[in-house]
Design a protein. Structure first.
Length: 179
């Protein structure tokens, strides 16, 4: 009996997989979502195999299941989006951007984007978070001396990018010292 059930499911899978994947791909924003819809459709088909019609009706039944799964997927995405917006609204009161945060970074922003992620993070920890070498060492799990050396290199590279773009670096921002 179990062997017949498995054989029937495998036959349904082989006959409908590409149809269902195409259906989902045309209706989802990304391939991962389409794959999730198809996987859930087959999971439901397996659980309800005893009520799946035979012949061509099976494929149509599975399209109906896929349609319902897709609708549930969209409702879930809308719920997550709504919750995300609500959370962002709730958190907005906890962080008030400073004038520096809202300033156009212009050449500095461009120069920062040219730095490797590790160097950009180091400079951000100094300039925007106001951390000293010991605190940065604790955050990154490296020695104070390593922080000092890496920070020196990052500042040098940032200054070079700024000079190439024609901007002059703000020494107080680069040093991490208050103005």
């Amino acid at each position: 009996m179990e062997e017949d059930r498995t054989s029937r499911f495998e036959a349904l899978y082989a006959a409908t997989f590409h149809h269902l994947l195409g259906y989902a791909m045309r209706r989802c924003d990304c391939a991962e979502d389409a794959a999730d819809v198809v996987a859930e459709t087959f999971a439901i088909t397996w659980r309800r195999l005893d009520v799946v019609p035979t012949g061509e009706q099976a494929r149509l039944w599975m399209y109906g299941v896929a349609r319902n799964v897709l609708a549930e997927h969209r409702r879930g995405a809308a719920r997550r989006r709504d919750l995300s917006y609500a959370l962002a609204g709730d958190l907005a009161g906890f962080y008030v951007p400073s004038a520096e945060d809202s300033a156009d970074l212009g050449g500095l922003g461009s120069a920062l984007r040219h730095l490797p992620d590790e160097e950009r993070e180091l400079l951000s920890l100094v300039a925007w978070e106001g951390l000293d070498h010991g605190q940065i060492a604790a955050v990154l799990g490296i020695s104070r001396n390593a922080v000092r050396i890496r920070l020196h290199r990052a500042r040098r590279r940032l200054a070079r990018h700024l000079a190439e773009s024609g901007d002059t670096p703000d020494r107080s921002a680069m040093s991490g010292r208050p103005r």
